[in-house]
Design a protein around this ligand. Structure first.
Ligand code: ADP
Ligand code: MG
Length: 621
């Protein structure tokens, strides 16, 4: 007997579902794409339990006839392709004809649909791939697909789903980005009774951006305008099929969208969204092109934010390379890489206030001074304290060179190697510190019996505030300070999801927040030391970190994050002159902390140059 069998359709669909449907957001993506392909002007997404219990997508698109509604659930049934040539120039979002049968094979689906010209609609009910009923139904023109209990019959997959909030976050992100790509369509996203997104049709991308993500985000972005280029002509492969290949006129590529201002730093590439012919894609080449554009602008581990819309002739892109249609291949990959990088660079150059950033030259000079052998360090200190430095470099903390370069005393010179670098002092070792002055208004130079110390004033204060904040939180709630007038903060749909999870903890950390409308919260109180003007950014940072950590953070980790972010914002900054009293106070407080060595983000707070090292460097011992 033969061992090989042709698999039954239902099993084939389930296998396909394994590729196409990863989580609720993948279902929403397929359904949204179908609605957009159907020419909808109004789209509504409703979910329950992050989509695990229910997803319902309704549109006012072209609808389906009775026969089409049934056919749509057959494998490889599509209205979007007819001939193999169609595959070379796909103008719709869908084309594989496998989304609906895949979804239906792993959940309970009810579809109701009616073309505007038909008197009655059709209702199709399918559970786990089994067609249960097809009936006539009275319904509005358009289509509504309801998907319940995703992975009901695939327990292994169900186990991989994350918390409701995490899944809802993915759905919110997806709907947000489709809403951005289609400003002319009205979008709504509802989770249970909460409205997470509501966007009426508008004519332009900036308007939609403002509508969906708010002014604060718009402020962080630079409009790249409309950048066009002519694509290279394709030389026909004459050896392949000379008669079939007519030389094609060269096509045009257009880039629109936004990239982040040079000072904006994100922790992951999750904030880079790229659309190719209005299809959301993840493309390594384009990601790299964007990062390359920021190479000398952002530190190596930071990412920019981007919303990039590329439009080019369909034949220039192969979208049929990934079951979720999320990866694409370009015919002129190298050209597109350069084009995107250039477009981002130009926008950045226009946005970049030159005076605020050190040019390459002073940057090198500064590093050289720091990396000099230890004997020159006291001199550098003297220079700074006696006369104004030859050139003042106004660096922000995040722009400091990587840690290794920042530790002058660990430079590989033989003498330096024996000298201490960033030491891990115990609080006792910091006792009796006497401040002498500041280097570059940022680092306190201090001495005590054990030698010379350099203290980064910002992270030192951050550590002091952090421990105070943690103690207060552990003892109950941190007391907040009421603001004179409430600060209004706009939330993105994703932040809105995180906010609901975070509200209680934020309140225990000295914030008082009120929701006003779907997208705005009013902040009425904030922890001590936080300026009203910095609140929006502070909250944004807390939301973003929580979101980045997949919303799975433990309460402990969450409290740590909040305390760290709050103290970073409240701490004195670098480039700030301090009076001797203030320095003395800060050193004293640092000495009282449990962990005076590193800031809550892990950066060193103090550099120590021990008396022995000094004596050795001067060859006195
Ligand atoms: P594909 O989108 O790749 O064609 P699907 O399985 O997603 O495959 O959908 C199958 C077909 O069902 C589509 O080609 C389209 O004709 C029809 N269809 C699906 N959703 C809708 C909708 N919301 N409105 C109108 N037609 C739809
Ligand atoms: Mg489809």
């Amino acid at each position: 007997m033969s061992a090989i069998r042709i698999l039954p359709d239902n099993l084939v669909n389930k296998i396909a579902a394994g590729e196409v449907i990863e989580r609720p957001a993948s279902v929403v993506k397929e359904l949204l794409e179908n609605s957009i392909d159907a020419g909808a002007h109004r789209l509504r997404v409703e979910v329950e339990a992050g989509g695990k219990r229910l997803m319902r997508v309704s549109d006012d698109g072209c609808g389906m006839s009775h026969d089409d509604a049934v056919l749509a659930f057959e494998r490889h049934a599509t209205s979007k392709l007819r001939t193999p040539e169609d595959l070379l120039a796909i103008a719709t979002l869908g084309f594989r004809g496998e989304a609906l049968p895949s979804i239906a094979s792993v959940s309970r689906v009810v579809l109701e649909t009616r073309p505007a010209e038909a008197k009655v609609g059709t209702r199709v009910e399918i559970h786990g791939g089994k067609m249960l009923a097809v009936k006539e139904v009275g319904c509005a023109p358009g289509t509504q697909v309801e998907v319940r209990t995703l992975f009901t019959n695939v327990p292994a997959r169900r186990k991989f789903l994350r918390s409701d909030t995490t899944e809802l976050g993915h759905v919110a992100s997806l709907v947000t980005h489709y809403a951005l790509a289609h400003p002319e369509i009205s979008f709504a996203l509802q989770s249970g009774t909460h409205t997470i997104l509501e966007a009426a049709p508008v004519v332009s991308l900036p308007e939609r951006l403002y509508q969906v993500l708010g002014r604060a985000l718009l402020d962080e972005l630079v409009d790249i305008g409309q950048v066009r280029a002519t694509l290279p002509a394709t030389t026909p492969d004459t050896w392949f099929a000379p008669e079939a290949m007519e030389p094609e006129p060269p096509g045009e590529i257009l880039a629109r969208g936004f990239v982040s201002r040079p000072e904006v730093q994100k922790a992951s590439s999750n904030t880079i969204y790229i659309f190719v012919n209005r299809r959301l894609v993840r493309d390594r080449i384009l990601l790299n092109a964007l990062r390359e554009a920021y190479r000398h602008v952002l530190p190596g581990r930071a990412y920019p934010m981007a919303l990039l819309f590329l439009e080019l002739p369909a034949r220039e892109v192969d979208v049929n390379v990934h079951p979720q249609k999320i990866e694409v291949r370009f015919r002129h990959q190298g050209f597109i890489y350069d084009f995107v990088q250039q477009a981002a660079r130009q926008a950045l150059a226009a946005a970049r206030p030159l005076a605020r950033f050190p040019t390459a030259q002073p940057e090198r000079a500064r590093t050289a001074a720091w990396a000099a052998p230890p004997a020159s360090v006291p001199q550098a200190v003297r220079l700074e304290s006696e006369a104004p430095p030859v050139e003042a470099f106004e660096l922000e903390p995040a722009r400091l060179p990587p840690r290794a370069q920042r530790l002058p005393f660990s430079a590989p010179a033989p003498v330096a190697a024996s000298a201490a670098a960033a030491v891990l002092p115990t609080a006792a070792e910091l006792a009796g510190l006497k401040p002498l002055g500041q280097v570059s208004n940022s680092f306190i130079v201090a001495v005590n019996e054990s030698g010379l110390w350099l203290v980064d004033q910002h992270v030192a204060h951050e550590r002091v505030l952090f421990e105070g904040h943690r103690r207060a939180r552990q003892a109950g709630a941190v007391e907040g300070q009421r603001l004179l007038t409430p600060v209004l903060v706009e939330l993105s749909p994703q932040q809105r999801v995180v906010w609901e999870q975070l509200q209680e903890e934020l309140e225990a950390n000295g914030f008082e927040l009120d929701s006003i409308g779907a997208r705005t919260v009013a902040v009425k109180a904030a922890p001590a030391g936080i300026a009203a003007s910095g609140i929006e950014r502070l909250l944004g940072e807390i939301f973003d970190t929580v979101e980045k950590e997949a919303r799975q953070v433990s309460l402990q980790a969450l409290q740590h994050q909040i305390a760290a972010t709050v103290s970073c914002h409240a701490a004195i900054k670098v480039n700030m002159p301090l009076t001797p009293d203030k320095m003395q106070w800060l050193l004293g407080e640092l000495g009282k902390t449990e962990n005076p060595a590193t800031c809550p983000h892990g950066r060193p707070i103090v550099l120590h140059y021990s008396l022995r090292d000094i004596q050795r460097a001067f060859q006195r011992i």
